[in-house]
Ligand binder design. Structure first.
Ligand code: PA5
Length: 446
């Protein structure tokens, strides 16, 4: 079953849809004719057809090796260099995947500068065999570089320099960067982040595929889902192409003053997918004072927290529900003769049926409360649907980015904090800024 889009609860008028049609058509053409801003970064557009099959084979071999040599795989990367893999592993395996799966446990380091978080992972590898997949396209990002230095030292202490080499897998630029140079010098097995694919579009290259395969995902199925979506969304007819329709809806919502998109799901297995979606949307669209602010919610959990705001607070948002039609497991609410909890009205129902009632009830309540709702339905949380959904969001986002007139493929704003951090850390080359920032901070403190 392909991804379904239900727009009946968005309250958009036919006239508005006709008005937006030329804009979405134009954005679609800019994208597919490769003449929009950032068009040199469109390697993902045809990725499921053009990917390097030889490297794909090496990824599978390396994944098998990691599974044999280690109990734990530490994946080191930040932003686009880890979010997709983490999303995929939980999408298919659920939030407890590490404890439930038979092969290696996969933990993500280099995602922050927290000493406590990093120490927790060090505790997890204590006395257990581990391997490291370090991922950085630029090869110079501070958070993963620091984490890699620490885990490399641990590997060398545990297995010696030669032994460590056999447990380090580096995914980086093919030609340049500190990580690339180090990998060549030390002789690590390397995988490539293609030049024409940016971080947040890279999860179906070696960046995401190696950790996903090592963690037991079927990456053939992932690529098949992605390939089928690639074909499905080539239809240039606006009303028959869900990526165009979704992009058009997001654009109209923004024009109507809905500045926040909430991606709501009813499966905890989708929480990390939500993190991936947030980065894709915010880093791509949030530029030049424009863009929708992406927020995620996991229902029914969050109905007991931000649900209040969604129902009754400032009317600034619309909701995109990511609904999974079939659960993989069936759990039935048992009958109880005493019925002390008063729950016998639900006896015999499956949790999936209850979840669906909750979804429909919430949808009506939110629509009544003035929050437009659209529903994206997928069949089940599988390797295949993960690939399919990733491509759906990539293409939709690229179209809606062009509709609001920004370059969806760069991230100039991310550099600001790095400059300040480097200056405050005393990195060579940032001396002039250092004093200026220190004075400003001093002013804030006093
Ligand atoms: O999407 C992006 O481009 C970013 O989120 C990067 O992936 C992130 O900054 C990590 O960069 P790198 O892979 O160069 O370490």
């Amino acid at each position: 079953m392909a991804i379904k889009l239900n727009i009946k609860n968005t309250d958009l008028r036919e006239q508005e849809m006709s008005m937006v049609q030329p804009l979405v058509q134009n954005a679609y053409e800019q994208l597919t004719e490769r003449r929009g801003a950032g068009h040199e970064m469109l390697g993902w557009l045809e990725l499921p057809r053009t990917y390097d099959k030889k490297e794909f084979g090496r990824i599978k071999d390396a994944a098998e090796r990691i599974q044999k040599q280690s109990q734990v795989l530490v994946v080191i990367g930040i932003g686009g260099s880890y979010l997709g893999a983490r999303a995929g592993l939980e999408f298919v395996g659920g939030p407890f995947a590490n404890l439930l799966r038979k092969c290696v446990e996969v933990y993500f380091a280099g995602t922050s500068l927290s000493a406590d978080y990093l120490s927790n992972i060090l505790q997890l590898i204590d006395g257990r065999d581990f391997s490291v997949n370090v991922i950085s396209k630029s090869g110079t990002t501070t958070e993963p570089a620091v984490a890699f230095r620490i885990f490399r030292q641990k590997l060398e202490e545990r297995y010696g320099k030669e032994g460590a080499k056999k447990r380090i897998y580096a995914t980086t630029d093919a030609h340049k960067g500190a990580l690339h140079n180090m990998a060549v010098k030390e002789g690590y097995e390397t995988f490539v982040v293609p030049d024409n694919i940016g971080g947040r579009f890279s999860c179906l290259s070696a960046v995401g595929l190696l950790p996903m395969a090592a963690g037991g995902m079927n990456i053939d199925q992932v690529m098949q889902g992605c390939a089928d979506a690639c074909t499905e969304y080539e239809n240039p007819d606006f009303l028959k192409n869900n990526t165009m329709l979704y992009a058009a809806l997001r654009f109209l919502m923004l024009m109507k003053g809905r500045q926040v998109e909430i991606l709501a799901s009813y499966e905890p297995a989708l929480i990390q997918f939500g993190e991936w979606y947030k980065q894709l949307m915010a880093e791509s669209e949030g530029k030049d004072g424009k863009g929708l602010f992406p927020v995620t919610a996991s229902f029914t959990t969050d109905l007991h927290s931000i649900g209040q705001f969604i129902q009754d607070g400032a009317r600034i948002m619309f909701e995109t529900v990511l609904w999974v039609q079939r659960s993989k497991n069936e759990v039935i609410v048992p009958h109880n003769s005493e019925n002390a909890d008063g729950l016998n009205f639900a006896a015999g129902l499956t949790l999936q049926q209850m979840n669906e009632k909750a979804m429909n009830g919430t949808l009506l309540a939110h629509v009544d409360g003035g929050v437009p709702n659209l529903i994206i339905t997928i069949d089940q949380l599988t390797d295949y649907t993960f690939g399919e959904l990733v491509y759906f969001f990539w293409k939709s986002l690229a179209i809606s980015g062009y509709m609001i007139g920004i370059n969806p493929f760069d991230q100039p704003g991310v550099e600001e904090y790095k400059r300040n951090m480097f200056a405050l850390l005393g990195k060579p080359g940032y001396e002039a800024m250092e004093n200026m920032l220190k004075n400003r901070l001093h002013g804030l403190e006093s």
